[in-house]
Write a protein that binds this ligand. Structure first.
Ligand SMILES: *[C@@H]1O[C@H](CO)[C@@H](O)[C@H](O)[C@H]1NC(C)=O
Ligand SMILES: *[C@@H]1O[C@H](CO)[C@@H](O)[C@H](O)[C@H]1NC(C)=O
Length: 562
């Protein structure tokens, strides 16, 4: 400290001498000292007595003193040695304004004889003030995509010290988007924030910068300003769906109001620029709008109409997300809704009968009808099993085509036993629970001539009264035939070609239709008592079948057998 002080002293002493040399003759300030501000109280400024050539030993007697001014309180004189010393520490910035020399003029006096001496003390600046900003924070709002090179004025720092200890430079904290530009105006340096790279709010919405003002001291003193840059959004991002394509399964017959899926798009802008609204594409099939609705706000797709797998098994929806910027950005997406079949359809049976009538002598395997079975459902709900009612002489033969069968005869048919069948065809799918349908086919068994006429017995006994009137009916035979129609239409004739009684049978006549036998002549009991003949019954089938009966005739007298 002592050393430094001596340094100061020698410095201002040197100044003093030069002033003496240059300005000594001037009355206004016979002596000029230079002293830095903020010197400690008691620090010696200079020895006025010595510098004026006054006898130090006489100073007390001659009442050596400062007589002038109000600023004298900064200084006092030592009457013992003639030194001027600091009485009160001096703040240059308080005393003077501006950058000019700060000089305190003192008027000193000695008496006997009276002498007035002027002393000028220049207070030089030291770096005792730091740069300071009027505010600690500055807030800027800058829109993204503002052109680079755009500049924004910042608060300037002030330093009360004079040059070179005033504000010398500004430093900005590291930031890739900004740099600092200093413009000189009068004596001030004005800092500007300059955009050197476009702002992207979505990358960084706020920039915190620190501006440091440094003065010319060594070391320099500094002051800081916190700068907050808020990046204002512009609508420079389109919404983005969380998936390019959404795929979802929906069960058939899902009730109205069922939520199918919730789509979502995000937009990295902010405010209305990031508010997303959803809509269905404008060019979808009308059906889609009838079956589904999309909530504009939530992005939920809900069932609005009937979901019928058999009608449509997959829906492809174009969806759109749009932000509310001006102008808005939109983005397209796709939702694929696969409908899952449920077993809600019965199988359908289609019968194509070749004929409702089948001959009873048909060979086994004769095709009677073609059956095709369809089911609108899919998977196991389509798969169909076909069956026939039990105990019928028919069976189903699968055809080379899926779900096609032929109904064929299995065994021999016998119209005389079962003339008619009602065959139930049942088609059941394999769904859970299974659905089925039944169709009934009526089949008539057609007759073939497989039964001959039958007489109740092989032998008939016939009794005839004697003297029957010629031409009267004496007897009738009847054969039945289990077939029908022509095959059962029996005609009768008397077989005359047998035995020796030809002459007798020649008198007999038979009605071929009714089987009633007439005698053309009256039989004479005495002539022949007994005779025999055959009646042949023949049906009208093609070929016809026939059978005969043997009639034994006996003549009866008075109605009694002999
Ligand atoms: C200025 O910013 C710095 C660093 O972010 C922080 O520590 C300091 O508190 C801020 N000062 C003011 C006055 O906000
Ligand atoms: C009539 O029946 C007899 C005995 O049943 C038989 O021997 C005969 O051949 C039959 N005649 C005809 C034409 O059917």
């Amino acid at each position: 400290m002592d050393k430094q002080r001596r340094g100061w002293e020698s410095w201002w002493m040197a100044s003093c001498f030069s002033f003496l040399l240059c300005f000594g003759p001037q009355v206004s300030a016979q002596i000029r000292y230079t002293v830095p501000e903020e010197m400690k109280e008691g620090s010696v400024v200079g020895n006025i007595a010595k510098d004026l050539g006054l006898d130090v030993s006489t100073l007390i007697d001659r009442r050596f003193r400062i007589v002038s001014g109000s600023k004298d309180a900064f200084f006092q004189l030592n009457q013992n040695n003639g030194e001027l010393y600091i009485h009160r520490s001096i703040d240059r910035e308080q005393l003077c304004e501006g950058n000019g020399a700060c000089v305190v003029n003192l008027k000193t006096a000695v008496e006997n004889p009276l002498e007035i001496h002027y002393v000028a003390v220049e207070i030089t600046d030291i770096n005792d003030n730091r740069p300071s900003f009027s505010e600690q924070n500055q807030h800027l709002e800058i829109a993204e995509h503002t052109p680079i090179g755009t500049s924004f004025q910042l608060h300037a720092a002030r330093d009360q010290d004079a040059s070179p200890y005033s504000v010398r430079l500004y430093k900005l904290s590291q930031d890739e988007n900004f740099e600092i530009d200093i413009r000189n105006s009068d004596e001030e340096k004005i800092p500007f924030l300059v955009l050197k790279k476009p702002l992207d709010r979505e990358r960084k919405s706020e920039h915190l910068l620190i501006l440091k003002a440094l003065d010319g001291g060594n070391p320099p003193k500094s002051g800081t300003l916190n700068i907050t840059v808020t990046v204002l959004d512009i609508n420079d991002n389109r919404p983005v769906f969380t998936q390019d394509t959404y795929s979802v399964s929906l069960q058939e017959n899902s009730p109205v109001g069922t939520t199918v899926i919730k789509i979502k798009a995000t937009d990295s802008d902010e405010g209305p620029n990031s508010d997303v609204e959803y809509s269905l594409g404008k060019t979808l099939k009308r059906k889609v709008y009838e079956v589904f609705q999309l909530d504009r706000i939530t992005g939920e797709i809900k069932v609005k109409g009937e979901i019928d797998f058999e009608d449509t098994d997959v829906y492809k929806l174009d969806v759109e997300a749009s932000d509310k910027g001006q102008p808005p950005w939109t983005v397209q997406g796709r939702v694929i809704i696969k409908i899952q079949d449920i077993n809600d359809n019965k199988p359908e049976i289609e019968l194509t009968s070749l004929s409702n009538i089948v001959a009873e002598d048909s060979q086994p395997g004769t095709v009677i009808a073609l059956i095709s079975v369809t089911d609108k459902d899919s998977g196991v709900n389509g798969k169909v099993v076909c069956s026939l009612s039990d105990n019928v002489p028919f069976e189903l033969k699968p055809s080379f085509q899926d779900n096609m069968y032929s109904l064929v005869t299995k065994g021999r048919l016998d119209r005389e036993l079962v003339p008619h069948y009602d065959i139930s065809v049942t088609a059941a799918d394999l769904g859970q629970p299974s659905l089925s349908s039944i169709k009934t086919l009526s089949i008539q068994v057609a007759d073939v001539n497989d039964n001959p006429p039958e007489f109740p017995s092989n032998f008939l006994e016939l009794y005839i009264f004697e003297n029957n009137p010629p031409g009267s009916s004496i007897f009738s035979v009847r054969a039945s035939d289990r077939d029908v129609n022509e095959n059962a239409l029996v005609s009768y004739q008397i077989n005359r070609g047998v035995g020796t009684q030809n002459e007798i049978t020649s008198f007999l006549n038979i009605n071929s239709e009714t089987g009633v036998i007439h005698s053309l002549k009256s039989f004479d009991f005495e002539a022949i008592k007994k005779f025999q003949f055959h009646v042949l019954a023949t049906d009208s089938g093609a070929p016809s079948l026939s059978s005969n009966v043997t009639v034994n005739e006996e003549r009866v007298w008075g109605g009694k057998s002999m």
